[in-house]
Write a protein that binds this ligand. Structure first.
Ligand SMILES: Cc1ncc(COP(=O)(O)O)c(C=O)c1O
Length: 436
């Protein structure tokens, strides 16, 4: 295979020379060159094994080099490069499958290539459908860094600064981040003041087309909302004819112990945005799923505007998604995520009791955050500690992620949904050794 005769240093130099940004983006002191993957592990050049509790940015729900996935992608095809201008059976099959598993009346899909593209499409749909133009989102929320529209809704300031001014009409409000409430209040005495402010903001701003948010902001440090937050938000959106857009790019496909996270609170959004675990990273695919009655485009009109990418819903992306969803359903990975998530959370809560620097542990299913502080009383974040712990975990063979920028320091865990207790015990042992 190409590259086999190069050393790691030579490959790294070539990559730095010929790519704009890649390994360097991980900010690791010693970038890892992935040589081989299997299950929840990958190996580097020197044969060093890593237990991956990041699942590659939370994408790989069915695990690495899954035999069925690899076989499905190698099956001979009668067609391989069909653009969005034509119809093909795999795209129809995938749309039908999504209609079966999506919550409530969500039954029509629009395919895209990446999560940012799908967010972008949802924002455009909201404008076109409501004929209003503003979009609201949460500070600390992640909407995507790949397109300017998604980045305008994005609520993590570090990623935004270099690209400002961003698009007009995007409004941010405080998230229900109860460990660090923007209003200095305490749940439940607060009466969810953040939602009152959100509703007032809709009225004061006017022209609000949609509200986009993750049901659990993941990159923002795994923020777990109070149970009534999403149902109340649904009511507010209905009251003001604002579309509720749930970004389940991380939380979808079983990650939180339900097929889609919104099922925990029986809330059906007007648009469900999916990516990552949709193909477990084996294909470039994302989608927006809308209700059956939702007519955004009249395709029979030749002059109708379009939202399409040349290769969205490509045959290979569709095969990856169909096979991936069938594995998740058949192997009961949603149930495993729920059970293993509880086991992981219990282990981390024990660790929290013994530690002076774990301020909060929170999670849903296999999406878990460990918030680090200088001391538990002041709750002062410790960003240096976050980097130090990530590096030390990696030295011990465990891959974990940090929060996406900002002063708060959170270790984020979202392993593949195939993890078992043995894997979790290994991760807990390493974490208890390095979180000091
Ligand atoms: C919640 C959420 N939305 C959108 C995106 C953007 O997806 P992509 O990186 O595929 O463009 C991400 C990526 O991490 C995400 O976590």
């Amino acid at each position: 295979m190409w590259g086999e005769n190069y050393s790691k240093e030579e490959l790294l130099a070539l990559e730095r020379k010929y790519t704009v940004q890649s390994w360097d983006a991980s900010r690791l002191k010693d970038p890892i060159l992935v040589e081989r993957e299997e299950g929840v592990f990958f190996w580097n050049r020197r044969g060093r094994r890593y237990l991956d509790f990041s699942a590659q940015y939370g994408s790989c729900n069915v695990g690495f080099r899954n035999k069925e996935m690899v076989e499905a992608l190698q099956r001979p095809l009668k067609f391989g490069s069909v653009s969005a201008m034509f119809v093909h059976t795999l795209r129809i099959q995938l749309a039908e499958l999504l209609a079966k598993i999506a919550p409530g009346n969500l039954g029509k899909s629009h395919f895209e290539c990446t999560g940012s593209d799908a967010v972008e499409a949802a924002l455009k749909f909201a404008r076109k459908y409501t004929k209003k133009w503003k979009i609201m989102s949460l500070w600390e929320g992640y909407s995507g860094e790949g397109t300017l529209g998604a980045l305008s809704a994005h609520g993590l300031p570090d990623s935004r600064f270099d690209f400002e001014p961003l698009l007009p009409g995007f409004v941010h409000v405080s998230p229900p981040y109860c460990y660090r409430c923007d209003f200095g209040l305490k749940y439940p005495d607060c009466g969810l003041a953040c939602l009152d402010v959100l509703e007032k903001t809709i009225t004061r701003e006017g022209h609000m087309a949609g509200m986009i948010l993750e049901p659990v902001p993941a990159g923002g440090g795994v923020i777990i909302f109070p149970d009534e937050y999403l149902p109340k938000l649904r009511e507010i959106c209905d009251r003001h004819h604002v579309l509720l857009i749930l970004d389940e790019i991380v939380t979808g496909f079983g990650r939180t112990g339900k097929m889609f996270c919104c099922e925990h609170s029986d809330v059906v959004p007007d648009m469900l945005v999916i990516g990552k675990g949709f193909t477990s990273g084996y294909g470039a695919a994302a989608a927006v799923v809308v209700p059956e009655h939702f007519t955004i485009y009249d395709c029979t009109k030749p002059q109708e505007t379009r939202q399409c990418h040349s290769m969205s819903g490509s045959p290979l992306a569709c095969i990856a998604a169909i096979t991936n969803i069938n594995i998740i359903l058949r192997d009961k990975l949603v149930e495993n995520a729920s059970e293993m998530g509880k086991y992981l959370l219990e282990g981390l809560r024990d660790l929290q009791e013994k530690s002076d620097i774990i301020g909060d542990v929170r999670g849903k299913g296999l999406l878990v955050g460990i918030e680090l502080v200088k001391d538990k009383k002041s709750k002062e974040p410790d960003k240096d500690k976050e980097r130090e712990i990530i590096e030390k975990c990696i030295q011990r063979g465990l891959i974990v992620e940090g929060r996406c920028g900002g002063p708060q320091s959170v270790i984020v865990l979202h392993p593949s949904l195939i993890v078992n207790k043995e894997h979790i015990d290994t991760a807990l042992d390493i974490l208890s050794d390095v979180i000091k």
